[in-house]
Ligand binder design. Structure first.
Ligand SMILES: Nc1ncnc2c1ncn2[C@@H]1O[C@H](COP(=O)(O)OP(=O)(O)OP(=O)(O)O)[C@@H](O)[C@H]1O
Length: 344
């Protein structure tokens, strides 16, 4: 049995078409008119136990709608949806015992209660065995560094503290599957890193299946092995992240610093003569060689350069996942600027 099994998932929202002002309100009351917005247009996906999936798409692509359907908050207009064998909306009570969910923009904790009281309340709601609750509380307190604010009311927490408390709350009952909708939105660099590390460890050490949406590509790269991309309610890509990078990003840039020459223009000519690769002069000592990984290698390039010149430094750059995704949506130039490429 697949952990998530979705076939032909369609979601339509009915949006009231009302003219502004009191007259519009009265007219809508007497003669309501609606238009249909298709948020999901026949999605199919399978997620196996222990997978870690990044669910990506631009604003309005349908990510939150999918997560709401998979967690049972919304019903689908059409299609087959099973999560841990349950039909999420219909079997909601049993379904929620098997999953955890974190929605970055809102908390599942009680605003006026100290964090620990929310945890205790959740423990009795989910009927968590006392030994499991104690073990998980100790583990999450240590791993998510909750110790300093367990007795502080949720409304007094910083966003980073609140997010860590929400993560712990979603996991106290040992769910096999966790849905995370923008879990690092608004967090500072250190908090983002610690949340990512925690989720990655959860997936790798405990085998918890992770289904994550984020606009931060570093979340996807840091946490997930598989990438699903959604565009206007349809799935446009579903693959292993390493394979996506291999398939969609063959271009590499080798930035070389040459010593002992007046001007690197001469070096550029040598490289072209030896390899057929056209290089760009960056400054008096540095040049950038763009090449296709499937046609030549960095080693071949460096070898050709070192035959006639003294190389003092070189750096191999490859497109980041962010750049690959941008290119997929054809919103960025073919060659990534230096600031957008990651060094090896
Ligand atoms: N309750 C609703 N009523 C009407 N339309 C809705 C409703 N919720 C979402 N939509 C529409 O459905 C489409 C998909 O929305 P959804 O929130 O799932 O996108 P998303 O990919 O999560 O976007 P974002 O990245 O901005 O959060 C959008 O066009 C949105 O306007």
């Amino acid at each position: 049995m697949k952990t998530i099994e979705v076939r032909g998932l369609r979601k339509e929202y009915r949006i009231p078409e009302k003219k502004p002002g009191p007259a519009g309100t009265v007219r809508h009351f007497v003669q309501p008119r609606y238009r249909t917005k298709v948020a999901l247009d026949g999605i199919g996906l399978d997620v196996g136990a222990g997978e870690s999936v990044g669910y990506l798409g631009s604003n309005g692509a349908g990510k939150s709608t999918t997560i709401k359907i998979l967690t049972g908050l919304l019903s689908a207009t059409d299609g087959h949806v099973r999560v841990n064998g349950f039909e999420p909306h219909r079997d909601r009570k049993r379904h929620v015992r098997e999953i955890g969910a974190v929605f970055g923009h809102r908390t599942a904790l009680w605003w006026d209660l100290p964090v620990i009281d929310s945890f205790r309340t959740l423990s009795s709601m989910y009927r968590i065995p006392p030994a499991v609750y104690r073990a998980n509380l100790a583990l999450f307190t240590e791993q998510l560094e909750l110790g300093d604010f367990l007795t502080v009311p949720v409304r007094q927490l910083s966003l980073g503290q609140r997010m860590r408390a929400d993560l712990a709350a979603a996991l106290l009952h040992n769910p096999k599957l966790i849905f995370l909708d923008e879990p690092t939105g608004g967090l500072d660099v250190n908090s983002k890193a610690s949340v990512r590390r925690f989720i990655r460890r959860l997936n790798q050490q405990h085998g918890t299946t992770v289904f994550l949406t984020s606009h931060d590509m570093a979340d996807i790269e840091g946490i997930c092995d598989r990438l699903i991309i959604l565009d206007h309610g349809s799935k446009v890509l579903d693959d292993d992240i390493v394979k996506v990078k291999h398939r969609l990003a063959a271009d590499r840039h080798l930035v070389v610093t040459v010593a002992g020459c007046e001007d690197v223009t001469e070096v550029v000519r040598t490289v072209y003569a030896a390899t057929g690769i056209t290089c760009t002069v960056l400054d008096r000592q540095r040049l950038s060689c763009a090449f296709d990984r499937t046609e030549t290698s960095a080693a071949h390039l460096v070898g050709a350069l070192m035959r006639d010149h003294e190389i003092v430094d070189f750096e191999l750059r490859e497109p980041t996942l962010e750049h690959i995704v941008q290119r997929l949506f054809q919103r960025s130039p073919a060659v990534p600027p230096a600031a957008e490429v990651r060094s090896r």
